[in-house]
Design a protein around this ligand. Structure first.
Ligand code: PRP
Length: 188
């Protein structure tokens, strides 16, 4: 049988980033965003929430459950060339949405907007499917790092240019399930 106690001890020593946004602050902001989105899309029919893998999976799960309007969930996956700390700006589609979004209202849900290249690419790509509208929602944005202009219609927090992990965000696939957003110093 797996020795759970020794596994947990290892996780605790590994996960200790300094807190930037607490779990309570995230939850409060998610409630506010969900209220605003529900109000704005009231009477618009079914809203298609498009979560961007992998980072948006926790934010999407929490946000979508707080909405009071009809909604469906889609996922999309992209890959950017280079690491998040040194993005080349080139974005490639890895997995498209499964459902037909033609004539539907679409809300892209991102964990982070950094240079802005991914979101800009996704808006154009989803727009080409002929939706009724495409808007954007991101939990955090690093305004200082912006390389392209892109509208974030619903934003959780503007943050400084630090490497953040937790609540879906990773560093080399680590720390995604941390319940708060913390800061680390990456090795590269
Ligand atoms: C992150 C994030 C965005 C993108 C933002 O994804 O989820 O999709 O970077 O960066 P940009 O504004 O500079 O384009 P990442 O490539 O880290 O993949 P992941 O979500 O699978 O961790």
């Amino acid at each position: 049988m797996l020795a759970l106690s020794s596994c947990c001890e290892n996780d605790v020593t590994q996960n200790d980033p300094k807190s930037l946004i607490s779990e309570a602050a995230i939850e409060a902001r998610v409630v506010e965003l969900a209220e605003q989105i529900s109000k704005d899309y009231e009477g618009c029919g079914e809203l298609v929430l498009v979560g961007v893998l992998k980072g948006a999976f926790i934010f999407l799960a929490d946000l979508s459950r707080r909405l009071t309007i009809p909604r469906v969930i889609e996922f999309i996956a992209v890959s950017s060339y280079g690491s998040r700390s040194r993005s080349s700006g080139a974005v490639r589609l890895v997995m498209d949405v499964r459902g037909n979004i033609e004539g539907k209202h679409v809300l892209i849900v991102e964990d982070i907007v950094d240079t802005g290249h991914t979101l800009k690419y996704l808006i154009g790509m989803l727009d080409s499917h002929g939706p009724a509208s495409v808007k954007t929602c991101a939990l955090v944005r690093k305004a200082e790092r912006a390389e392209v202009e892109v509208d974030v219609d619903y934003l959780g927090f503007d943050i400084p240019d630090e490497w953040v992990v937790g609540y879906g965000l990773d560093y080399a696939e680590k720390n995604r399930t941390l319940p708060y957003i913390g800061v680390i110093t990456p090795a590269d």
